[in-house]
Design a protein around this ligand. Sequence first.
Ligand code: ADP
Length: 457
Amino acid sequence: MVERHGRVRLTTRLLVAYAVVFLVLIGGLGFLVDLSIRGDLEPGELATVRRDLAAAAALAGLVGVVAVGVVAHLLARPLRRLAAVATAIADGHVDLRPERSSVTELDRLGVAIGRTASELGSRLRQLEGERRRLEVVLEALDLGVLLVAGDDTVLYANAATEVLLGTRPVSLSEATPVALRRIVTDARAEARQTQDEVEHGTPSRILHVTATPLDDGGVLVVLEDISERRRLEAIRRDFVADASHEMKTPVAGILASVEAAETALVHDPDRVGGFLDQASASARHLARLVGDLLDLSRLEVAEPQRQPVALDEVVRDEVERAAPAAEQAGVHLEFDVAPVTVIGAPADLGLAVGNLIENAIRYSAPGGTVEVRLRVDGDVAEVTVRDTGIGIPTWALPRVFERFFRVDAARSRATGGTGLGLAIVKHVVERHGGTVDVTSELGVGSTFRMRIPVSSA
Ligand code: ADP
């Protein structure tokens, strides 16, 4: 009857209360009756009356106990049902509602429990919605996000973590690279945010790791792949070094020629003209180099232009522009163009086609042929520039589109090359959503092919 922690069932409590009230009432009543009849009756009669009264009291008490028991049971049953529903709601069944009761107080209690449940349900749904939104954001991030608990188990790892580490670790001891574990343990030991760069995987990635200790002993780890940034920084560094180096040659040429001209002015005036010619050739080379560098940086920075361009006209113009150079080099220039419109920047497309034609002439011997063709292949406009020139060795083919790459730097410079022409071509073509490739055979010739998607406009 007595439950845990000194709690007592409702039935027991009502029965005890009833017993106390009954005994006090019956005791008092019995005493009063006994007092009033004591003087009027014979001792024998008094004993009989007392026995009868006691029997009647005992019977009444028994009937009362049964009645109280029944009432208590009837009251306790809906309360037990309410308790069961409340327990189920607390266990997460927030859609359950207590049934209505005909007893006002019980009904009010049930309604209150129902309102609490619906409030709890809406809060839970709100929390769940926020949790989902957060998860969608975390899963969509490029950054790896990892939550490590105080006991080193991994409580959460997003999709990017898997991409960056190759796995979603279950515990810190499983996480590689080892340096990552060190950063996490350092952050925890020193109770401050710790950052470092680690190298991981094949091909190797450079990861920037930030570990932030949390109040509960956990650590929030953020991983960022900075390989591409580092690669671009290296390219930029190399580019600045290469560009400076390339500029040094014509600048030194100009200085040397001008100095020689000054000396010649005094000692040998006939040679002044020759030195000035050399200075002006170097200056022209410098101007070409600067022009190409400006083109490259503009192509990298400026927004691509998007207007309909009659590519056949662009190609025809470039062929015409190159005709005098071809004639001077003794190279036969042929062209065959089909009408086609693409979307893009006419000047840039002209620059690209012009560079290919210029190269084809420059790397051909007198008597050679350069063939420029434009045709439409499905939804792609294809410009082909074929020459019968010196060709490109196989090892150099994958590198010819790199900035400042030349198979033969001396020949390139001697013929006015800057080493940037094909890099510009590649930039232009890629900005137009196209591709450029080359096939070549040493001593036989080369074919460059630009493929640009045809506009549907
Ligand atoms: P450059 O100003 O030196 O011509 P490019 O970027 O235009 O620079 O070309 C890079 C290198 O590719 C050239 O130096 C040359 O070695 C090679 N090349 C380009 N076009 C041809 C071609 N048509 N025939 C042979 N070699 C070529």
